[in-house]
Design a protein around this ligand. Sequence first.
Ligand SMILES: [Fe+2]
Length: 494
Amino acid sequence: MSNTFPETPTYTGFNAPRRIEGEVFDLEVDGELPARLNGSFYRCGPDPRFAPRLGDDININGDGMVTLFRIKDGHVDFRSRYVRTEKFRLETMARKSLFGAYRNPYTDDPGVAGRDRTTANTNAVFHAGRLFALKEDGLPHELDPDTLETRGRHDYAGKMKSETATAHPKFDPQSGEMLSHGYEARGLASRDVALQVIARDGKLVREDFFIAPYCSMMHDWAVSAGHFIFPLWSTTADEARMRQGGPHWVFEADRDLAIGIMRRDADVKDIRWYRLPPGGVGHILNAFDDGDRVCVDLFISARNQFPFIQNSDGAPFDRERATPRLTRWTFDLSKKNDRFEARTCFSDFMEMPATDPRYQLHAYRHGFTAIVDPSRPLNAAGTIGVGWNTIAHVDLSTGRLERYYAGEKTTCGEPCFIPRSPFAPEGDGYLLSVLIRGDVDSHSELIVLDAQHIADGPMATVRLPFRIRAAVHGSWVPAAQPHPSFRTEPGAAG
Ligand SMILES: [Fe+2]
């Protein structure tokens, strides 16, 4: 049978599979790229290679495609390449999909039973000289940072015993550590969670397992200078349901959140669990300590955020109650009770956050996000079914929000912040975002904004001669530093 994609939202319009592996030397640039901008911008996202085994699929089940914009001396070269996961290699040999529904192995071709299902399609991060493609249902895949060729699954010389590692590791700008966790660490729908610490030299120095109160989609998590924060939310997994062919995830409307907090130097048996009302938990902007208090800035919603996840009570997807809003949770660890404060910082529909990496884990002021501005034309597109049409700079000290609207029929990628120099003040630098243009002359652009003046529009626009698919997350790796988030001069936050 030929490889023909279905005419469904996952495979048409902005989301049409691109499947382009290749390179373009010296892309067209409008405007002028800053001379200091010298490094690599990696993105990772799903791009289905084969028509779905079950007739249709959800966007986040596509094969991992990594793209690279390498910027030097005002010039930009582009490269894209699939991650050669075991799934990818087996399906390439068969010239068709062998793996079925998202994270449900019971829907696979029996011939691939027990094989690695991960698509490595969520994030591209760089640590200790290695580039990794990540997805939370499997181990990291190491890639060549220049050619993007897959070097293989990376288990830290056999030391990582968890079956999974998050797509959202955190980077300690002072110690150079990469901090990670894996949920469903000991198998499908297991409650086992692994806490993982990778030293700045790339060696796994800690992996401790604990049992979570229930199995939740812990897509992102938070780390402050002194604490790990594990947010379990109301979307849960059940293996019996999967065995019947059902989905991996269902949103349980009456399931309280369980937020686990522990000191970074403590034992995992000392995790303290807080209960919060049911809801959806999105990405973490940052977390920091303030005396005995731990503050977590994140995007939360009253209900399930994703149209492709069913509600256990059969309720239809509710756009308003699914809207993520930037919220600050404050936990006072000196108190014996499990009370907490929640304050909505901005009422806008925003997500896909970035900060100045030198201020991750510490008190900070500046955040950058993608926004859906309903006063502007909306695009039903993007990796999670949302068409971000605006990039925003939020100032958490003043409450000010500055916007850059990207234009009609355009979807913005997650912004990526780059300090102007290692010694620049917090938030002083450049903001990268890839725009997917859906007009007749469909193509993609990498825009470079002045992070403190984004409303002025791009200082440079790098034009790809074709459209690439929306990615999920990515990273900037400067040419001159060992790690993008390494803070050369430790100091108090702004
Ligand atoms: Fe994510």
